[in-house]
Design a protein around this ligand. Structure first.
Ligand SMILES: CC(C)(COP(=O)(O)OP(=O)(O)OC[C@H]1O[C@@H](n2cnc3c(N)ncnc32)[C@H](O)[C@@H]1OP(=O)(O)O)[C@@H](O)C(=O)NCCC(=O)NCCS
Length: 156
């Protein structure tokens, strides 16, 4: 597999460049995620663990930079061979409502489709009404028949 680089990806939004989220972008992405209401960072969000996630899912996650070179939006994207997932979609407050969030999602879904993945899941924090409205506007459907259950993985 070729190593992802900072190429410009579609769709294009005037004033911004969309590209892959690379390990070198993680400090700026973590700063954006850390200051974004509606997202929660946890022990899985260290630079090392996130770099491992990017290695396992090369070329799928996305950022947007302003023409001034500032990272203003980011999303993690990966798949397990069956379903895709998006995590931590965030657009900096001053850059919202210009199509960046939907453009990053569209770019991720195209990359997942290219990888042969048919469906993608997102995890929405209960009470994140802004996020709910965004996903609804993008034709994402809730699955009230499913719940997320979780347990810690431990060595035997
Ligand atoms: C959700 C978020 C990523 C949207 O980013 P964005 O760049 O502003 O979104 P877009 O400009 O692509 O919006 C696309 C559509 O989503 C809808 N939308 C976006 N933000 C919305 C909001 N705050 N309330 C209602 N609808 C909204 C609109 O219908 C919009 O279409 P329009 O431009 O025709 O009105 C951004 O608000 C954000 O970072 N929120 C905080 C983090 C978060 O909640 N992330 C989701 C975690 S699951």
């Amino acid at each position: 597999m070729s190593t992802p680089s900072h190429q410009i990806l579609s769709p294009q939004i005037p004033g911004y460049q969309i590209g892959p989220l690379l390990a070198a972008d993680l400090p700026a992405a973590l700063e954006l995620w850390g200051q974004t209401a509606g997202l929660v960072l946890n022990e899985s969000d260290t630079p090392e663990r996130l770099a491992a996630y990017l290695d396992r899912n090369p070329g799928l996650s996305r950022i947007a930079r302003s023409d001034q070179g500032l990272l203003v939006a980011a999303v993690l994207c990966g798949h397990d061979g069956r379903r895709g997932s998006l995590h931590h979609l965030a657009v900096a407050a001053d850059h919202r409502q210009q199509g960046l969030g939907s453009a990053l999602v569209k770019s991720c879904l195209a990359a997942l489709a290219q990888a042969g993945i048919l469906k993608c899941n997102i995890f929405l924090l209960a009470g994140n009404e802004e996020g709910r409205q965004f996903w609804s506007s993008q034709n994402w459907s809730p699955r009230p028949d499913l719940e997320v259950h979780q347990q810690r993985c431990r060595l035997p």
